[in-house]
Design a protein. Structure first.
Length: 41
């Protein structure tokens, strides 16, 4: 995650989604996914 630390949250969300999709190898998820991202300034 440190590689995306300075990216906008939208970019970070896309990176997390891509990593999660790659991890699951395209298999459907057993339940819903929810992501909450908060950036402190």
């Amino acid at each position: 995650m440190a590689t995306h630390r300075r990216e906008p949250l939208k970019v970070l969300g896309k990176a997390i989604k891509a990593d999660t999709d790659r991890f699951s190898a395209g298999l459907p998820y057993a339940d819903d996914r929810t992501m909450v991202a908060v950036r402190r300034t």
